[in-house]
Ligand binder design. Structure first.
Ligand code: FES
Length: 110
């Protein structure tokens, strides 16, 4: 079941910047552009690289390893070598808190 998780204060992320947050062990890149927040998975779909350590230009984040780019609004893969989109997550702001809606992976029956 999807739940909203408080992940940061609005001031924790600089404008035109991003940071990694962890929800239930799952790394997610949280970005602020134009005063809006966006969240996408933080591990590249091409190989193992932390996307939030890459170069952000407007709504495009460039992977630091092979320079594939993703749209942080949708997670869409924008150019080679990346071909598989990142998962994106709903984000909302309540007061000075940033919340991400995250659904825990299904656990096998005990
Ligand atoms: Fe991200 Fe290759 S690991 S583009």
């Amino acid at each position: 079941m999807a739940e909203w998780h408080r992940v940061a204060a609005t001031d924790d992320v600089g404008e035109d910047d991003g940071k990694q947050i962890i929800i239930e062990g799952h790394p997610i890149g949280l970005y602020k552009v134009g005063g809006e927040f966006f969240a996408v998975d933080d591990i590249c779909t091409h190989a193992f690289a932390i996307i939030s350590e890459g170069y952000l230009e407007e709504h495009s984040i460039e992977c630091p390893l092979h320079q594939g780019c993703f749209d942080i609004r949708t997670g869409k893969a924008l150019n080679a070598p990346v071909t598989v989109d990142l998962k994106s997550y709903p984000v909302k702001v309540e007061g000075d808190a940033v919340l991400i809606e995250f659904e825990s992976p299904a656990k096998p029956d005990a």
